[in-house]
Write a protein that binds this ligand. Sequence first.
Ligand code: FES
Length: 87
Amino acid sequence: SFEVVAAASGKAVTVAGDESIVQALVRIGIDIPVSCEQGVCGTCLCTVLEGEPEHRDVYLTDEERADNDQILVCCSRARSARLVLDI
Ligand code: FES
C-alpha cells in the first residue's frame, strides 16, 4: 500500500494493494473522471507534485514517464511510500 495526498483538497488516503488510486480517492469524496480505466485514453491524468509514480499505463511517452510529474490514476501506482497529487 501507499499513501496518496490530494494537495488541493487537503485530504489523504491509503491505497490498498487490491484497489486503484481512483477507487481509494472515491472513499474520501474525490471523484476523478475516468473513461477507459485501462491506462489508454488519458482521461484520468493527474499532476504529481511529490513522489515517484509506478507507471502502468500505455498513454504517456517514455520521456513523460521519466519526468515523474504526471500519472494516470486509473491504473498506475507508486514506487514511493507517498504520492502528492495536485487534486
Ligand atoms: Fe483512461 Fe485512466 S481512464 S487512462
